[in-house]
Design a protein around this ligand. Structure first.
Ligand SMILES: [Zn+2]
Length: 440
């Protein structure tokens, strides 16, 4: 009988305590150059719109000193000093907002409110001294998609109301945000649960949690800015509600963390296995107790049968048969212990290997290696490498020209699928670790 003590594996604890938590804070320092968005509120009788001539003069006075010399609208170039009076009012309104808000920013998403409701989405982008203005069709948001359909279409883990509910507009935003993900990117959505909760005391608009059980993305934002029905982001020909900005940022965190998902999942399997082995060990201990009692009883009876005063040779054949049966029982118990011990040792080795893998962040490392990636395209991106990637990921999906203007090599990296290559290489490496270390 083996005397080896059964030892509960301890590697598991260290590996399972790891978790990633990435918030997307509402207080974002703005750089002079970073993308902006705005809702252009219509003038009221109390505060009349400037006359078009005055608007053009203001635009010229603000933009020309800032280095802007041309405006391109529908392929036609208007020198800023001339500023064609025939430009549509939406274009003039967007240029006015751009000049007023930030004449250095690389882009402005401007939702120009319409008198009858809805808005016209206008995107102003800056490249050097040239502004390009793109005007989308008048827009009102569609009916909210069915939640179950969203979950099924993107193979989500769920769509959950916590202390507040997803609004119709937020569901539209989520649908369209998820639709911006490329076919290979969509793999990261499988099993991902989106939760809507009250505003966060720390001011986060969204938070992503990735731990041993399930990846979850929270939408927490309740600011009037993002709740407003008329702000937009993305391409003016395929606009997204403003709140999609937060969702795409969180999806950046989801993407960066996704390669280690398989390691977390396998650690969960190992935890279930260890629980099962613990139950088997308890059963083994009970059987072993019975066996030891039987051995003690046999020895007592054997000692009696060989003692001079109680010598009983007629009992010996039966006792020898019992002895052989006990030896076979011992071998059976030993075999069970060997199997259990081997599984525990193998699981420990697997967990140790996976514990190292869940600490890796290859996507972030690959991103950081791109010249100009750090600190990142926006003020908030400078918080840390995780936020830098999340901001770049968001811009790549919603405002790629802005990303190109801010960090051209990062835009090239996304365009060439650098993020996908980094993700896939990490996922392949982790799959190999699972194959080689977790084959029990
Ligand atoms: Zn974040």
């Amino acid at each position: 009988m083996s005397r080896e003590l059964w030892r509960r594996p301890v590697a598991l604890a260290a590996a399972l305590l790891l978790s990633v938590s990435s918030g997307h804070a509402g207080e974002k320092p703005l750089l002079p150059s970073e993308p902006q968005s705005l809702l252009h509120v219509l003038p009221t009788p109390a505060k009349a719109e400037w006359p078009p001539d005055a608007q053009r003069t203001f635009i010229q006075n603000k933009l020309q000193p800032a280095g802007v010399h041309d405006v391109i609208f529908r392929g036609n170039c208007t020198p800023i000093e001339a500023l064609d009076p025939a430009l549509p009012p939406e274009v003039l309104a967007a240029l006015l907002d751009y000049a007023w808000l930030s004449p250095q920013s690389v882009s402005l998403h401007d939702a120009i409110a319409q008198p009858g409701g809805g808005f016209v989405p206008v995107l102003v982008t800056r490249a050097g001294g040239t502004l390009t203005v793109r005007v989308g069709a008048p827009t009102t948001w569609p009916k909210a998609p069915e939640r179950a359909a969203l979950v099924e279409r993107y193979r989500l883990g769920g769509l959950v109301d916590v202390d507040t509910t997803w609004s119709d507009l937020e569901l539209v935003a989520l649908d369209r945000a998820l639709a911006t993900m490329g076919p290979t990117e969509r793999a990261i959505l499988t099993g991902l649960t989106f939760l809507r909760d009250d505003s966060d005391p720390d001011g986060n608009w969204g938070v992503f949690h990735d731990d041993r059980t399930t990846p979850t993305a929270y939408l927490l934002d309740d600011s009037a800015w993002h709740a407003g029905a008329q702000g937009f982001d993305g391409d003016p020909d395929a606009p997204l509600p403003e709140v999609s900005t937060t969702l795409l940022h969180e999806l950046g965190h989801v993407f960066a963390a996704h390669p280690v998902r398989a390691a977390w999942d396998r650690l969960t399997v190992e935890r279930v296995l260890i629980d099962a082995l613990q139950a088997q060990h308890a059963a083994w201990l009970a059987d072993n107790k019975v066996y030891l009692a039987a051995v003690a009883d046999w020895r007592r009876r054997w000692d009696v049968s060989v003692a001079p005063a109680t010598r009983a040779p007629e009992a010996w054949p039966g006792l020898k048969e019992e002895s052989a049966a006990l030896t076979r029982a011992a071998a059976g118990l030993q075999a069970r212990a060997d199997v259990l011990n081997a599984l525990v040792q193998s699981s420990k080795a697997c967990q140790t290997a996976l514990g190292e893998q869940v600490l890796t962040h290859d996507v972030l490392d690959a991103y950081a290696a791109v010249p100009g990636a750090v600190p990142g395209p926006t003020g908030y991106a400078a918080t840390n490498l995780e936020e830098s990637f999340a901001e770049a990921f968001r811009l790549w999906h919603l405002d790629p020209d802005a990303l190109r203007a801010l960090t051209p090599k990062v835009a090239d990296w996304f365009a060439k699928g650098g993020h996908l290559a980094a993700h896939d290489a990490a996922a392949a490496r982790i799959a190999a670790v699972i194959t080689s270390h977790c084959a029990h």
